[in-house]
Ligand binder design. Structure first.
Ligand code: PXG
Length: 286
């Protein structure tokens, strides 16, 4: 990999791609990001990612110094410059360098960073056998403290929950919201299947509205599967017939155990397999 990184208008060699230590993105996690997949040289659902990026930025009063159309072009040019056919784009907008203080008026020049690289995936056998979740004691951020709908550079809420999972040798943690309802996982949305109906928590459960989640909802509906965005609690997951997660990195991945309880018969169910298959066809033409 030649490794060229886009930083505010320039494609720089990796080693020269740097931002200031006074950047509020570093000092305060003050910024927003997107993670996007590239399949067969095409950036997957780029328009939706760009739209979410600008919504996240708007919510934190961050003005991105490019138009959405210019951002789209910059992403495509960075992917091409790195010769990435199948990989991953990390788009980061920081508040920019400022004084040592929270005041956003004392910052200038938000930085636009675009990294196009390969991606480390979950081991293939997890897609066959399914993974095991644990419920984190760390709850998802209260929406009135920091909306989960903002994909911000402040990921400590999710990292704290992820630590709980990895401490127990699990790859993902289930996160509940402040009402004790199921929200999402640390970097993935959650779905269950009960009596043939596909269910997932609604945006007001305090979740990131995943783009993979949206794609899977559309695939299911086109396939004649009933989809409900509905409030659920841990009990609903324990007694579900099937469970799976969706995310840019994970794609569609079955979950077969939660907190030591076996979901369904402990193997990925028919609806999960069908959606995994449809998703692979959508992304890879398989
Ligand atoms: N919930 C949270 C909290 C996330 O961070 C998702 C759900 C799934 O959303 P998408 O739009 O990807 O379907 C995410 C996504 C990374 C990384 O490198 C994290 C995500 C996506 C890509 C990369 O940690 N999170």
């Amino acid at each position: 990999m030649s490794g060229k990184v886009y930083v505010s208008g320039k494609l720089l060699p990796k080693e020269q791609a740097v931002v200031s230590v006074y950047d509020h993105g570093l000092l305060y996690g003050d910024g927003v990001f997107e993670g996007i997949r590239v399949y067969g040289g095409r950036v997957f659902l780029l328009d939706e990612h760009v739209e979410r990026l600008y919504e996240s930025a708007k919510a934190i009063r961050l003005e991105i110094p490019l138009s959405p159309a210019e951002m789209t072009t910059a992403v495509e040019e960075t992917v091409a410059a790195n010769g990435i056919a199948d990989g991953y784009v990390r788009l980061v907008i920081t508040r920019g360098a400022g004084t040592l203080g929270l005041d956003i008026r004392r910052t200038s020049h938000p930085q636009v960073i675009i990294i196009a690289d390969t991606i480390t995936l979950y081991p293939p056998e997890l897609y066959e056998k399914g993974l095991e979740l644990v419920t984190a004691s760390t709850i998802r951020n209260h929406p009135s403290a920091l909306s989960a709908r903002i994909k911000s550079l402040n990921y400590l809420n999710n990292i704290m929950a992820k630590i709980e999972a990895t401490d127990q040798d699990k790859v993902e943690a289930l996160m509940l919201n402040h009402k004790g309802e199921v929200a999402e996982c640390t970097g993935d949305n959650i779905f269950i299947v009960k009596q043939g109906v596909l269910k997932t928590p609604p945006p007001d459960a305090g979740i990131l509205e995943g783009i993979t989640r949206g794609a899977v909802i559309r695939l299911a509906q086109q396939d004649g599967i009933t989809v409900q965005q509905t409030t659920m609690v841990r009990h609903d997951v324990y007694v579900a017939d099937e469970c799976f997660l969706t995310g840019t990195a994970a794609e569609v991945i079955p979950a077969v155990k939660v907190d030591g309880r076996v979901i369904g018969d402990g193997s990925p169910g028919p609806v999960t397999r069908r959606l995994l298959d449809l998703f692979r066809r959508l992304t890879r033409g398989e």
